[in-house]
Design a protein around this ligand. Structure first.
Ligand code: KG4
Ligand code: ZN
Length: 334
């Protein structure tokens, strides 16, 4: 079954390898790096070291568990960016070495494009053109997806990403990294109307999350001055109120983008698309406005190589390859 491609993802803090054959993902191995937890964020130097330590065993596991031999591979794919330079270098160098040794083509993949193409792993696939809200730790983008490799950003954050807002708010409350999933969990039993936070009014379809982050910092500081145990006593309500504001900021823009473009097939992608309130809000709004909505499986929301493999499959079919001079690009544009 062709093409059979090994894909590697190493842009941030997950070392991941996947094998795809004839468009079907056979395996997706993800090794998360727990070393960053105590620092409240990803430490780039530690991330690249951990990738270096894990990459060989992650690739070996992917090949063994998919029953694919090195000789069966038609190409090797890797994340070229966006991401952390030292982290990307591990995956790019590994892929180059393997491509050279096996004399097979190399495929570079844009990490943000791959988050969107994760929708083609599952059975229910969107049709073109569709709108995708890509929300991760480093990006918040509204994208018109015209084809597998033809995408246009129509709105994006002008400062922090929404995932960053989740993670920084969690850090302010003394929660470990990554804080997004924890806020999601505490919010489930909290009152979203208890506290209110200011949104930002950006032009067009753009976003801004730095204002809410600063407002949150001062809010917690002031409340803790009155009662040092404020966060512990009100954790669920604080998380529910903050999350509800962030989700409504995202959903408002998504509705505006759909009205402006007339597109009613709507998808979400990226780490924050694992958020239960965002998933629920998309479904609910979809029913109300007659949208066809697409929500990725949990394992394809946060960073993984299956999405890199899916993107690589379409690039292979389109004959888009790179040579051995390719280098990582930390701020690679969509
Ligand atoms: O896509 P991703 O794995 O990595 C990047 O490309 O950045 O996204 C990671 C981000 C982190 O900010 C993390 O806190 C957030 O996704 N995240 C969540 C949830 N799960 C992951 N944010 C809110 N709710 C979640 N359930
Ligand atoms: Zn990502």
């Amino acid at each position: 079954m062709r093409p059979t491609i090994l894909a590697i993802e190493s842009s941030c803090d997950e070392t991941s390898a996947s094998v795809i054959s004839n468009g079907k993902v056979l395996i997706n191995i993800v090794a998360s790096q727990s070393v960053h937890q105590k620092y409240g964020g990803v430490v780039p130097e530690l991330a690249s070291r951990a990738h270096q330590q894990k990459i060989v065993s992650v690739v070996e596991d992917a090949l063994t568990q998919s029953n694919v031999r090195l000789e069966d591979l038609d190409a090797v794919a890797f994340t070229r960016g966006p991401g952390l330079m030292g982290a990307l270098l591990v995956g790019v160098s590994f892929a180059k070495g393997l491509a050279m040794a096996r004399n097979i083509p190399l495929i570079e993949v844009n990490h943000m494009q791959a988050h969107i193409l994760a929708h083609f792993i599952d059975e229910q696939k969107p049709s073109f053109p569709f709108l995708c809200l890509t929300v991760s730790g480093g990006h918040t983008q509204l994208v018109i997806v015209r084809n597998y490799l033809d995408m246009e950003i129509i709105g994006e954050t002008q400062d922090d990403a929404v995932g960053e807002a989740f993670d920084k708010a969690a850090k302010i409350m003394g929660l470990p990294y990554p804080g997004g999933p924890l806020i999601d969990r505490y919010a489930a039993s909290g009152n979203p109307r208890r506290f209110s936070f200011p949104g930002a009014d950006m032009p067009g379809l753009h976003f801004s999350f730095s204002g809410i982050k600063t407002a949150f910092l001062y809010f917690i500081r002031d409340e803790k001055q009155k009662d040092p145990a404020f966060v512990e006593k009100n954790l669920n309500d604080i998380c529910a109120s903050l999350q509800s504001k962030l989700v409504s900021m995202l959903m408002n823009r998504l509705q505006q983008a759909s009205r402006q473009t007339g597109i009613t097939e709507i998808a979400i992608a990226g780490g924050v698309s694992a958020n239960s309130q965002l998933r629920h809000a998309l479904k609910e709004t979809g029913v109300k406005l007659g949208w066809k909505t697409f929500i990725p499986a949990f394992e394809h929301c946060t960073d993984n190589a299956a999405m890199i493999a899916m993107a690589a499959h379409y690039k292979y079919l389109a004959g888009v390859f790179v040579d051995q001079t390719v280098a990582p690009v930390p701020n690679l544009a969509l």
